[in-house]
Design a binder for this molecule. Structure first.
Ligand code: FES
Ligand SMILES: [Fe+2]
Length: 351
């Protein structure tokens, strides 16, 4: 089951061109293209005539989309405006049109009831809009249900085992002070680790010689969006309040970044995972940013290997009983938030 009344990332804005492109979001085929005057259009990628993907067709100079099979044309609202060999176009000749919002670097589509589409609900990712800040962005396709990614991003006990070469170290689990806060639409997981050995990525990128204090503040917003505020500072110095950049001054060596994770369900067994981080170029040089991004990307690929194997195994025994561990607390809260939203969606559908 998917949560429909939400905005989901369909693509990077820079990748959408006049050539139509097919995406699967929440199990639905969606075609994205850029009309001649620049507007990005999202329609159901299935012709109302014989189901051929409209993404196989072409965008015409008037901004309409022409089916590749028998030439039906659809305007940007999904209405059929032309059928070859006939003058009458029946009213039911239309495909679904999805509301689109451009925010940050991404194209967001509303997969639910268009009447409920509210731009204010687009995840804000304010760090990616800060003047003078820069971003490194990527995308990974993962063959697993989106909930496995939600579970992964809220349980940091996996770091020393899956990521010992990059962001994992023993102290991440052993010495963490952990706080979990439930919000109406999500969960905040805050972790503080004092006087621990820096993990390999931080050691290499920040040149830390001694121990560090490390922080991870993870904000999950249902259905599947995350903001991470993470970093390390030399041990002996207080962990700064990085939610106010420029307002904390320190002589200590520090490495801080704000990351986004936008998980977009594709099918029940696959997801598109948009990742990136924003940084202040005054405190992190370009070379360091490149290095951190490469290492973060490698880290995600390590997760992908685990997640895909996990999904394959779950498929062999659906509904098998599992046990939880203490570090699952945040993930279990997230699951409850998702279940509440699913129940509300089912109740709305029942009316
Ligand atoms: S399938 Fe599209 S016009 Fe026939
Ligand atoms: Fe991971």
């Amino acid at each position: 089951m998917f949560l429909r009344d939400h905005w989901y990332i369909a693509a990077f804005q820079r990748d959408v061109a006049s050539k139509p492109e097919r995406k699967i979001i929440l199990g639905e085929p969606v075609v994205l293209y850029r009309a001649p005057e620049g507007t990005i259009v999202a329609l159901e990628d299935r012709c109302i005539h014989r189901d051929v993907p409209l993404s196989m067709g072409a965008c015409l100079p008037d901004g309409s989309l022409q089916c590749a099979y028998h030439g039906m044309r659809f305007d940007r609202h999904g209405n059929c405006i032309h059928i070859p060999e006939q003058t009458r176009v029946p009213g039911e000749a239309r495909v679904r049109a999805y509301p689109v919002v451009l925010s940050g670097e991404w194209v967001w589509v509303w997969m639910g009831d268009p009447e409920r589409a509210d731009e204010a609900l687009v995840p804000a990712y304010p760090w990616f809009k800060r003047p003078a800040w820069r971003a490194r962005l990527g995308h990974i396709h993962v063959k697993c249900n989106y909930r496995l990614l939600v579970d992964n991003l809220l349980n940091m006990a996996h770091l020393p085992f899956v990521h010992p070469r990059t962001i994992g170290s023993e102290g991440v689990v052993k010495d963490a002070k952990v706080m979990v806060e439930r919000k109406s639409d999500g969960v905040r997981l805050s972790r503080r680790m004092y006087d621990i050995e820096p993990p390999p990525t931080y050691k290499a990128a920040g040149g830390f010689e001694g121990n560090v204090n490390r922080w991870q503040t993870i904000d999950f917003t249902a259905p599947s969006f995350f903001e991470f505020d993470t970093g390390v500072i030399e041990a002996g110095y207080e962990i700064p309040d990085t939610s106010r950049p420029g307002e904390f001054a320190t002589n200590a060596k520090i490495l801080s970044r704000h990351s986004m994770h936008g998980v977009v369900p594709e099918t029940e067994r696959s997801s598109n995972y948009f990742v990136g981080f924003a940084y202040d170029p005054e405190s992190m040089g370009e070379q360091t940013a490149d290095f951190v991004f490469e290492s973060v990307y490698k880290t995600f690929l390590e997760d992908v290997e685990i997640l895909e194997a996990q999904q394959a195994n779950m498929d062999l025994a659906p509904g098998r009983r599992r046990i939880n561990m203490a570090s699952d607390a945040a993930g279990l809260h997230a699951l409850q938030v998702l279940e509440q939203l699913e129940a509300a969606q089912a109740a709305r559908a029942g009316h």
